[in-house]
Design a protein around this ligand. Structure first.
Ligand SMILES: [Zn+2]
Ligand SMILES: [Zn+2]
Length: 304
């Protein structure tokens, strides 16, 4: 029987909806052979996830997903696989990144309040476990009945969290605030320093733009060249875009590049189970499946 994996899932230690043990149990239940836990700027869920994995018999791949900013207008996520997550220096560095997220959230909340949306930082902090993300902010606004009237005026209906994030919270939008965070080279160096493999997450979103009229995809490969110049080890080739058709184009594009340049390849659904970011764990209900061989290849590289 062919073995399948999913190397990119979130827990409630960042902006996922489930506990680490629940994500691992879900992975086992749907028949995956391995699951990668990759919370944003956090490794807090890895202890629980790895023990759950041992207990029920599924491999857990330790990871984290570090946010970085190459410029004012762009944000990249760098996955660090097999990172030495027990290292105390690394953990306290991540704590600093979490504090910066909180400072950023304070500014986002103030901007949303000015725009007429009710949300407060205290509630936001109590919803989270150290890492505040855009889905938390969107969720709080959308689920506050006091915001209903304004949301209806603004969106013509109650928006999904993704719609809200795209209209207000991403770079260039009215409630966006940049964090004083790492640049790509810093985050790649950080991952390497702690023994991890540095992989660019979801290039299918961050390096591909889609023309709203023609629907044509444009691949911004020069950013990838820059990242590789900064020491990036590989790319998340198996990641989704909106439709099956677009996903196939992206996967084929990045498979080709990875092969030509001899890059490490990873893949995952970016499962959150909260708000509406990412796909179902293991890409259930979607055509894409990731063979176990991808993990074997990553392990060989990480030993080099
Ligand atoms: Zn990401
Ligand atoms: Zn992610």
């Amino acid at each position: 029987m062919k073995k399948y994996i999913d190397l990119h899932a979130h827990t409630y230690y960042s902006d996922g909806g489930l506990s680490p043990a629940a994500v691992v149990e879900k992975a086992k239940k749907i028949g995956l052979s391995a699951v990668g836990i990759a919370d944003h700027d956090s490794v807090s869920g890895l202890s629980e996830a790895t023990s759950a994995g041992k207990k029920i018999g599924i491999e857990v791949v330790p990871a984290t997903e570090i946010t970085c900013y190459p410029s004012e207008k762009r944000e990249f996520h760098i996955l660090g696989y097999f990172i030495d997550w027990k290292n105390k220096t690394f953990q306290s560095f991540l704590k600093e990144l979490q504090t910066q997220r909180e400072q950023q959230a304070e500014k986002v909340v103030a901007s949303l309040n000015e725009l007429g949306y009710l949300i407060n930082l205290g509630d936001l902090k109590s919803l989270t476990r150290g890492v505040i993300g855009k889905p938390h902010i969107a969720w709080m606004v959308i689920n506050d009945l006091e915001n209903k009237k304004k949301l209806l005026e603004d969106f013509g209906g109650i928006p999904t969290a993704s719609d809200f994030i795209r209209k207000y919270l991403i770079t260039g939008m009215p409630a966006h605030h940049r964090r004083e965070a790492l640049d790509p080279k810093d985050s790649i160096d950080l991952i390497h320093k702690h023994g991890g493999l540095a992989i660019l997450a979801h290039p299918s979103w961050d390096l591909v733009s889609k023309d709203s009229e023609s629907g044509k995809l444009t691949f911004d490969d020069h950013y990838l060249a820059e990242l590789l110049g900064n020491g990036l080890d590989g790319i998340e080739v198996y990641s989704h875009r909106d439709s099956e058709e677009d996903t196939k184009l992206c996967v084929a594009h990045y498979e080709k590049i990875a092969k030509e340049k001899g890059l490490a390849v990873s893949g995952g659904s970016d499962y959150h189970g909260f708000s509406s970011t990412g796909k179902e764990l293991g890409f259930v209900g979607f055509y894409l499946k990731i063979p176990y061989q991808v993990l074997d290849d990553l392990k060989l590289r990480s030993k080099k």
